[in-house]
Design a protein around this ligand. Structure first.
Ligand code: PEP
Length: 249
């Protein structure tokens, strides 16, 4: 059975005291839920966040990591460093990493391999740009992103992967894919997995939607049969909004 997941990507927001305050609010509100709840603070606050959530039902995850296990990569963070501060899940392939840090499919395939080799669960993000959708190319783009970064893996690897479909035109723009657009794409993604790996992998895969999810639209988006939760940006920075989205399940 696939899991429902709501993950908050804090991006480059919240210093240590803001991290403490937001986690304290979330700990008070999120005791039990029908979804796995995750938050992704900045690297500098991961250890503190891990300690602050230890007793609670929130998993702290990382926003990124490097593909090498160690070495001369100034400014980067490795999988084993994440593991050493209690992290078990890492977000890879976010559109901001692809757009601003030139992360392409080949780099992401390496990062996925490194994460899995270190027993980290991966939330793998992908999604088309507005021009792709306007030209009707969204399925081809999404299929290529998934195949190029993931289809070298064995079926067994997919139990440690969560997919996050995030149309770039809906991220941070206030523009949300309609629940029908999200459902259509998630169904296509599941079919793509099914064609390559069979229904066991496809049916058990949690596929999250990301792109301007808010308390007002979460319930309808999450009600779609192939939408198993959300990756939340802006609305994850306010405890009551994030809590309301978690509660949409
Ligand atoms: C994101 O960055 O993953 C995201 C979905 O952002 P937002 O919710 O702000 O659109």
């Amino acid at each position: 059975m696939r899991k429902n997941i709501v993950a908050g990507n804090w991006k480059m927001n919240n210093d240590l005291s803001q991290t403490e305050a937001l986690i304290s609010d979330l700990n008070k509100q999120i005791k039990t839920s029908n979804a796995e709840v995750m938050i992704a603070p900045s690297f500098t606050n991961l250890w503190h966040a891990f300690e602050a959530t230890r007793q609670d039902s929130i998993e702290v995850v990382a926003q990124n990591m490097h593909f090498a296990s160690n070495g001369a990569y100034t400014g980067e963070v490795s999988a084993s460093m994440l593991k050493s501060v209690g992290i078990q899940t890492v977000i890879l392939g976010h559109s901001e990493r692809r757009a601003y840090f030139n992360e392409d499919d080949a780099i992401l395939a390496q990062k996925v391999d490194t994460a899995l080799a270190n027993n980290l669960r991966v939330i793998f993000c992908f999604g088309e740009e507005l021009a792709d959708r306007k030209s009707g190319n969204e399925e081809a783009i999404v299929e290529a992103q998934i195949k190029n970064a993931l289809f070298h893996l064995d079926a067994s690897a997919f139990k440690n992967i969560v997919l996050a479909y995030e149309p770039v035109w809906a991220i941070g723009t206030g523009e949300t894919a309609s629940p029908e657009q999200a459902q259509d794409m998630h169904k296509f993604i599941r079919k793509t997995l099914n064609d390559k790996y069979g229904n066991q992998v496809a049916d058990n895969m949690s596929i999250l939607y990301g792109g301007s999810v808010k308390p007002a639209n979460a319930k309808e988006i999450f009600s779609k049969p192939d939408v198993d939760g959300g990756l939340i940006g802006g609305a994850a920075l306010k405890a009551e909004d994030f809590y309301a989205i978690v509660n949409a399940f």
